[in-house]
Design a protein around this ligand. Structure first.
Ligand SMILES: C[S@@+](CC[C@H](N)C(=O)[O-])C[C@H]1O[C@@H](n2cnc3c(N)ncnc32)[C@H](O)[C@@H]1O
Length: 230
């Protein structure tokens, strides 16, 4: 899977893309990520990427020309991609969308900054995605959320494939509570059922716990449940 990221802060990505499963996926050649500095697509000596808003108002708006020229350069060299603008005004990202994006061979992510991007970008992209109903400083953190959650579904990225099949949201439930050693931590003991060795009972208990937890924390998920695990 190819992923291109347009940003004015290319260094932002150096550490997160060099850690853990993401770094391994890049090393193995499963994921090919390229970072593009939007400033390289400006024409003036100050490498200006923003300007004042038409109609007045506070803050600056990201200019359209460097973004579109950067997109054109990317597609010229790396082929057509599914182009996404990260914006709080987009469709809210979720498990299904992450899964859907993992099916694309090539995804291009545009990170906004300042007060956002010139609205005419809509004519040059395929989707607007928000990571939630709040505002971050820039689209870089949103790009990382989209990348980490989508590539989990790409074969070979997560060692054990069942980790991706049995986890929160995959069947409309949050995950059941998990424990590891020690058995007794300051008087808090692991539920006895988990040490019983009775796999059928453990499975039933986990199902029940997942439902109880979801009911308590995210009751709205239960309505959408598909019973994939049954
Ligand atoms: C400070 S925000 C701009 C917010 C904009 N003025 C608004 O009210 O919608 C700067 C950039 O951060 C990114 N951003 C902020 N919050 C986001 C979110 N919830 N989801 C995705 N991107 C976000 C976008 O790329 C945005 O252009």
């Amino acid at each position: 899977m190819k992923i291109d990221i347009l940003t004015i802060f290319p260094d932002y990505f150096s550490s997160p893309l060099n850690q853990s499963l993401v770094a391994k996926a890049i090393d193995k050649g499963i994921i090919d990520i390229k970072i593009w500095n939007i400033r390289d697509f400006t024409r003036d000596k100050h490498k200006t990427v923003d300007d004042v808003p038409y109609g007045g108002g506070s803050g600056m708006i990201m200019k359209i020309e460097p973004l579109v020229e950067c997109l054109e350069e990317i597609e010229h060299h790396r082929g057509r991609g599914f182009k996404i603008l990260l914006t709080p005004a987009g469709k809210v990202f979720n498990y299904e969308m992450a899964k859907e994006l993992s099916n694309y061979d090539h995804v291009i992510l545009i990170c906004g900054r300042y007060e956002g991007v010139d609205a005419r970008i809509e004519h040059f992209i395929d989707r607007e995605i928000s990571i939630g109903d709040y505002i971050t400083m820039g689209g870089e953190v949103a790009a990382l959320v989209v990348i980490e959650s989508s590539i989990r579904f790409v074969k070979g990225v997560v060692g054990k494939e069942e980790s991706v099949i049995f986890e929160s949201f995959c069947d409309g439930l949050l995950e059941y509570p998990q424990y590891t050693r020690p058995y007794d931590f300051r008087g808090y003991k692991v539920p006895d059922i988990l040490t019983s060795g009775d796999h059928k009972k453990i499975l039933d208990w986990r199902k029940e716990q997942a439902i109880l937890k979801t009911k308590r924390v995210r009751p709205e998920l239960l309505g959408k449940r598909k019973f994939l695990k049954d």
